[in-house]
Design a protein around this ligand. Structure first.
Ligand SMILES: [Zn+2]
Length: 344
């Protein structure tokens, strides 16, 4: 099956990037005044164009995912509740964003965008959805600003189209990827210890847990602040439970360790990089201390590893709640710039 998309305009457009940015103004989440800055997608799009980091021809507009695609991950019962607006008050509360039919459309579009970005990544080595990364959504409920899990939908769609067999979800949002871990829990491979922690300065105990897991088809890595939402963290293939306040160098060492360990155990056809901006030191919902520069080095590390191993990467933005919205926009734009530098 072909993944459909349309170019922003009919006229030829110049491009700045060796990859596509999947984007729609309708990624905007209609949630009113909220700690989640729903306008950030439009601001990232605008900044990328204004600074010349990208040109109009670099952007492609997604179509919403089909219900059939969404149901590759989401249960029929929960899908019906969303579509008919019959979530319970408790379910809506747990989602932490106000339900509306417009919100449903925005999440279906995000899932369509991630499908399209995955498809482009397989052709171009890397592609972005300038949105998505709703990693707290489960098959049967939404949580933490996430209604449905766009990245999981994209992985399942690529698998059902026989375009990939094995995917790795690499989650660098400050919050653990609980939805991802729950969705892809299953088959097991033997656990192996991570390499020595001597490369980093953390003490006294290693924060890394390798689950005797899953994999088979989807291997999940999550680097996150241990002392943060979600309270219950279903095990990923590799969880790196970081202590409060960790800075650039330690974070990068742990990321390097986790990614190397994951790729020794598992050979993915696609990496889905969930590039949250909220490990930032000035984030309202995060307690780590990465700088803007450190976050860009994080992105470069991921892209360099993927490029060296010739593994396609699809990128989604996920969280970002900096005190100053422009910092969140900068961090997200830097992820695009890091890919441009590594893949050009
Ligand atoms: Zn987050």
């Amino acid at each position: 099956m072909r993944v459909s998309w349309k170019v922003l305009t009919a006229s030829p457009r110049s491009t700045m990037l060796p990859f596509k940015l999947v984007y729609s103004d309708d990624y905007y989440l209609p949630i009113g005044s909220h700690v989640f800055p729903a306008e950030k997608y439009r601001l990232v799009h605008k900044r990328l164009l204004e600074t010349g980091a990208a040109d109009l021809g670099d952007f492609v507009t997604p179509e919403p995912a089909s219900d059939k695609d969404v149901l590759l991950v989401t249960t029929q019962q929960y899908g019906n509740k969303i579509k008919t607006g019959t979530l319970s008050a408790r379910e809506e509360l747990e989602m932490e964003i106000p339900y509306s039919p417009e919100l449903v459309r925005a999440f279906w579009l995000a899932a369509g965008g991630s499908i399209l970005a995955a498809d482009f990544a397989l052709k171009d080595r890397v592609a972005f959805s300038v949105g998505g990364g709703f990693h707290h959504a489960f098959p049967d409920h939404g949580e933490g600003f996430c209604m449905i899990h766009d990245v999981a939908v994209a992985i399942r769609r690529m698998q059902s189209d026989d375009k990939i067999t094995r995917a790795m979800a690499l989650d660098c949002d400050v919050h653990q990827g609980n939805g991802t871990a729950a969705i892809f829990a299953g088959m097991r491979i033997p656990a192996r210890p991570l390499p020595s922690a001597s490369a980093v300065t953390l003490n006294p105990s290693t924060p890394t847990k390798v689950r005797n897991v899953q994999a088979g088809e989807v291997f999940t890595i999550s680097l996150h602040q241990e002392n943060n939402y979600p309270a219950w963290k279903p095990p990923s293939s590799i969880d790196v439970d970081l202590p409060d306040g960790i800075g650039d160098d330690d974070y990068l060492a742990w990321l390097d360790n986790a990614l190397s360990s994951g790729l020794r155990q598992f050979d993915p056809d696609l990496i889905c990089y969930i590039a949250g901006a909220d490990p930032y030191c000035d984030d309202q919902l995060g307690g780590l201390s990465l700088t803007i520069e450190g976050l860009k080095r994080r992105d470069e590390l991921v892209f360099r590893v993927a490029r060296a191993r010739d593994i396609p990467v699809m990128v989604t933005l996920a969280g970002g709640y900096a005190q100053r919205l422009e910092d969140t926009v900068t961090i997200h734009c830097n992820t695009v710039i890091a890919a441009k530098e590594v893949f050009s």
